[in-house]
Structures are given as C-alpha cells and as structure tokens.
Ligand binder design. Structure first.
Ligand code: IPM
Ligand code: MN
Length: 353
C-alpha cells in the first residue's frame, strides 16, 4: 500500500516523540511491504515563530492532500504566561480541527496489568478497565457564538450551541464503536440543567431505538466524573460533548498509569488526525526523556482507522505491550531507565522480530 502521511511535530517534545513514531511506521512499512511518504508541516508556537500564524494555509493544504495526519503536540509557556497575547498556539489546534471538520475525537483508555501500581487509583478498581471516550470536537462551547466581552470589559460570555445534525453524526460514531466492542453506550450530559444536554438526550435516545442490541445509559457528567475513577469497568463507550469530553478524558487518563500512554484519533468526513492526548511538556523538551508510546499508539490507530491495516496496527500495539511488560519504559512509568529514542528502538526491534 502507498500512502501519504502529513506529519506535524509542533512544539515542546513534539518533534522527539514524532521521530519515534515515524521510526515505528517505517518498521511496519519494511515488514509488511508498504510505502509511507511523509510531508512535514508547521503548527503551534513553532508556526507562529516562523510565519506569524499558528495554522498556516500551507499546513492546511498539506493536511487536505494527505491520506492521514500524524500530530505531536502544541503549546509553549511563553504564551501561557502572557494573557494579552493575541495569537496563541492552541488557536492553531482549534482552527485545524474546525477547518478539517474533525468532529469525532476518539480516546481509548485502558489499564495495563503491568502498570496497575503506576496508577494512584486502587488496583481492584481499575483492573480490567477498558473504554473509549467519543468526544464531539468542533462545536459546543468551544466554538459557539456569541463569545467575548462587554464594552466596559466587565462581562464575559461563551455560548454553547449544538444542532441535531452535529449530535447525530457523533452519535453514529459512538454506536459504530459500541457495535465492535461491548455494546454499551453511556451518554454523559447535564440534562437536568442545560438545554443543549436535553437535545443530546433526545437525539441519542431516539437514535438508540434502532439498535436494541446496544445498551444506552444516560448519566450526569458530575456523577460520572466520580464513577470514571471509582467504577471505571462499568464503561464501554462514553459519548459526550466537547467540554465534558475534554475534562473526563484527562481524568480518565490516570487509570492507565501515565498520560504518556494515551493515543487519540480525531476523525472527520475527509481526513483524520492522530495525536497523543498529552501536551507539549516543555520542561522535557530536547532532553530525550518523554514517553513516545502515546504517539506510537496513535500511529497504530492511524493504520487501523485510516488505512484499514488491522494486522499492522496490532503489531505496533503488541510491541508496545511487550516493551511495557519487559520494563523498556521512560521515567514517567515506574521510574523507567530508558530514553525516548531507546524505547522507540526497542519497539522497532520487537516489530521486526
Ligand atoms: C485537548 C486539549 C485542547 C482542548 C486544548 C489544547 C485546546 O486540552 O486536546 O484535549 O481543550 O481540546
Ligand atoms: Mn484536554
């Protein structure tokens, strides 16, 4: 198979972890006889420094013309500490999500037996946890208008808007995942308070009637925030709106033992993007200590979801499992002794074995 992959390393540790993921993709190409061609683009603070724009037009073109997108991380402390900055790296990410129509954010969460002790949560609670968060990504309060400040600057407002259509397309995605998993969808909302949540419940409940084999549960986000870390095994597919999904997926990441392990996919009609859920970890930039596994697992999701290469994707997942079980891990996991590039090399070695 011949495919073109847009690669956007971004900021902080982005370039280092992306290097390892590309190395792993090359190993897959070698082993299974594929050709992956990479085209690199600018995004985030790096793009602001070089072009003044966190998501330059050239990057958008590159993404549109690629078969899939692999993304590192964005964010730079020099913007976090400057509330007056007009252009911010995060704007690049939101602009890209919107412009590419990446409406479905998929974040799988699971506990690894080898890492049960690495999580601050009790072993018996998290053992066997395995669910996926399906988060709506390009609407809701992140994008709703009007937003801004009153003239006297004393009032600020954001608006949460959802249309039936936006809810329906992400609901279809969640049910697709549930069909191939344990056949349960849990909708998280705040339908006791919010009008948008009541529309979500209406649309999702109506849609679910077509699939009697799939169980639908509707939970309030506040109590689900508790259950996600006290009873994580009750979840299979979590379906939720943009802001709730943002919060619940960071919370759920403690189940896995390290934020450095969680991959994600952002899927659209035309193209899809794959990235680790962690940020740019600026303190570790250039030190060769960041965990490349989340990005490597994101590359595995890319192969499966965008190219339909199931066996190739499994080969990556198995190699990562092996590295975890045999202790070839970076310092974020059980005080691992290995460097970013050494973990990447090990995973390549396991793939080519
Ligand atoms: C995420 C991030 C982004 C979000 C930020 C960086 C804009 O937290 O991908 O979860 O809030 O969606
Ligand atoms: Mn987030």
């Amino acid at each position: 198979m011949e495919k073109k992959i847009a690669v956007l390393p971004g900021d902080g540790i982005g370039p280092e972890i992306i290097t390892e993921a590309v190395k792993v993709l090359n190993a897959i190409a070698q082993k299974f006889g594929h050709q992956f061609q990479y085209e690199y683009g600018l995004i985030g603070a790096d793009a602001i420094d070089k072009t003044g724009n966190p998501y330059p037009d050239a990057t958008h073109e590159l993404c549109l013309n690629a078969d899939a997108i692999l993304f590192g991380a964005i964010g730079d402390p020099k913007y976090d500490n400057d509330p007056s900055a007009k252009v911010r790296p995060e704007q690049g990410l939101l602009k890209m999500r919107g412009a590419l129509g990446l409406y479905a954010n998929i974040r799988p969460v699971k506990s690894y037996d080898a890492l049960l002790d690495a999580s601050p949560l009790k072993n018996d609670r998290i053992k066997g946890a395995d669910f996926v968060v399906v988060r709506e990504l390009i609407s809701g309060i992140y994008f709703g208008k009007p937003r801004g400040r009153s003239e006297d600057q004393n009032i600020a407002y954001d608006t949460c808007v959802y249309t039936r259509e936006e809810i329906l397309r992400i609901t279809e995605k969640a049910f697709e995942f549930a069909k191939n998993r344990n056949k349960k969808v849990t909708l998280l909302d705040k339908a006791n308070v919010l009008a948008t949540s009541r529309l979500w419940r209406e649309v999702v409940t109506e849609y679910a009637k077509q699939f009697p084999e799939i169980t639908l549960e509707c939970n309030f986000i506040d109590s689900a925030a508790m259950e996600v870390i006290t009873k994580p095994t009750k979840f299979d597919v979590i379906l939720t709106e943009n802001l709730f999904g943002d919060i619940i997926s960071d919370e759920a990441s403690v189940i896995g033992g390290s934020l450095g392990l969680l991959p994600s996919a952002s899927m659209g009609e035309k193209t899809s993007l794959y990235e680790p859920i962690h940020g740019s970890y600026p303190q570790a930039k250039g030190k060769n200590i960041a965990n490349p596994m989340a990005t490597i697992l994101s590359a595995a999701m890319l192969l499966e979801y965008s190219f339909g290469l199931i066996e190739e994707s499994k080969a990556i997942v198995n190699a990562v499992d092996k590295a975890l079980n045999e202790g070839f891990v970076t310092e974020d996991i059980n005080q691992g002794k290995y460097k970013t590039n050494e973990v990447g090399d090990k995973i390549v070695e396991f793939i080519l074995q």
